[in-house]
Write a protein that binds this ligand. Sequence first.
Ligand code: FES
Length: 279
Amino acid sequence: MKLRPAPVSAGGENPAGGELSVNRRQFMRYGFNTAAGVLAATLGALGFAAILLPPSGGGGGDSSVLYWAKGREEEAWYGAKHLQPMMKSDFESEAANSNVGTAGAQGVWNGLPVIVNYVPHAENSGTPVADNSPRFQEMAGYDIGGNYVGHATEYLLGNPEVFDPNNNLVMSFARCTHLCCIPGWQLVSNSFTDDNWTPGGGDDGGTKMFCICHSSRFDPTAIEVNRNANRSTGASFEYLGIRRAGGPAPVGLPIIPIIMNGDVIEASTDYTGWLTYCD
Ligand code: FES
């Protein structure tokens, strides 16, 4: 495999203080190159490619998160908001239509595909854990070899800016850790995407992100520390993410830290080294 240097910022420095960083051009490349190839080679996914692939520029500035509903303007609850900024109040309104109070939307941030999920954690975390009472679960994470990497609770004690469960929102990088297709939020209907929830971060119950290429599932309520590697350089990195619940994907998806600007959902660029595994 051809070795390439680890990505750094345009200035050649590492502004994240130990985390790799990517500049805007690299953002766009990570958003397109491998996903387009895999999707094009997967006949059943062709119809989804135009739906899922984000625009090259992302638009709206580096921190903005925009709805992405191309091709689903009529069916997605956020269809009329395509390329408009994501608002927390939109998710709260849509969650009222869910049996279990959750909502999710495909998005684009800096040209990258993302998924934002609303989970009624603050409302449910004070009650006993039970089916159909979703909340975020901080869990132990294991790498592809089954080795313990770390626990989300311990990680968040030192890095509370990465994820706030009481904000009821989580944003995940939407590139599958299997072969880099783009998982979707309720783009298909099956037992993994049903409007229900079971605790434990396992593969039962719905409310999962589903990757149509080879059926990997990810649980946006199961927060864990994990480890992945850049495919070109082999450089490994640890990250806070959401759990891989089933399918061929080896590990979960990285979280992109949300920054609230009033009601507007924005995101931090401080952890972009976590997003390089498809390069
Ligand atoms: S690329 Fe997602 S399951 Fe294979």
